[in-house]
Design a protein around this ligand. Structure first.
Ligand code: ATP
Length: 228
């Protein structure tokens, strides 16, 4: 069953149009890679889905039309965002960041600490004093604390050292394999995305131009649409 169905999604920033018709589906338990060169509309799409910016078109999530819904209600329905740049609350402790986001469900402090033991070791430390990788773990943990049905990961490995990046990818893989979580992924590493995503959607100038199985994203297609 389709968990998320997006049709003809359009977004304007003032007079300038950024999205011209994004089409995207996510089934239960599926991981979808949202691909495209810089500035093609990936983050705008994620923000529109979470209702952080206004849009037109069809966005149906868990059977409910999200358009016109404020972002906190979309979050209540189960959209969990890990935003680009992490956006942890710096003056709050690790635990306070996590608890502030909590909604009832399987994910709680102990299961998040289980997934990221480094957060447990630093639970009283202020988020602003964590390393980039620890802040990224906190941002993912905070989204999990909302007990999402769909996790949106926007550049979750950006700017991290390779060893920390590998830890984040391992966590993403485990969320898919062990928890069956549905995920939309935006990331620079096509290779890592190919190892975890089931399907891919490619955006070009604010429009979806190719959708298919990740395995069918041939080198030719990647070169044509992504320049890699
Ligand atoms: P990147 O990989 O560089 O983050 P992206 O695919 O996520 O790129 P977006 O950030 O969604 O792309 O940008 C899509 C288009 O919308 C770009 O042309 C960008 O300049 C424009 N845009 C994004 N945010 C704003 C904004 N706040 N105001 C005006 N235009 C914006």
């Amino acid at each position: 069953m389709s968990l998320l169905r997006v049709r003809n999604l359009q977004v304007n920033y003032g007079a300038s149009q950024a999205l011209f018709g994004v089409e995207l589906d996510v089934a239960e338990g599926e991981v979808v890679a949202l691909l495209g060169r810089n500035g093609m509309g990936k983050t705008t799409t994620i923000h529109a889905l979470c209702r952080m910016i206004p849009s037109v078109g069809e966005v149906v999530f868990a059977g409910k039309n999200l358009l016109g819904m404020p972002s906190h209600r979309a979050a209540n329905l189960g959209l969990g965002l890990v935003p680009e740049g992490r956006r942890c609350f710096g003056p709050l402790s690790v635990t306070e960041n996590l608890v502030a986001a909590a909604r009832p469900g399987d994910w709680d402090l102990s299961s998040v600490f289980n997934m990221f033991p480094r957060l447990k070791d630093r639970k009283t430390q202020l988020a602003g004093s964590l390393s980039g990788g620890e802040q990224q773990m906190l941002a993912i943990g905070r989204a999990l604390m909302t007990n999402p049905r769909l996790l949106l990961l926007d550049e979750a490995t950006e700017g991290l050292a390779p060893v920390v990046r590998n830890e984040i990818w391992a966590a993403i893989r485990s969320l898919k394999q062990n928890k069956g979580l549905s995920i939309i992924l935006v990331d620079k590493s096509l290779r890592e995305m190919a190892s975890v995503a089931d399907r891919a959607v490619i955006l070009e100038r604010g429009k979806s131009v190719w959708t298919g199985q990740m395995a069918d994203l041939t080198e030719d297609r990647a070169a044509r649409y992504l320049g890699v």
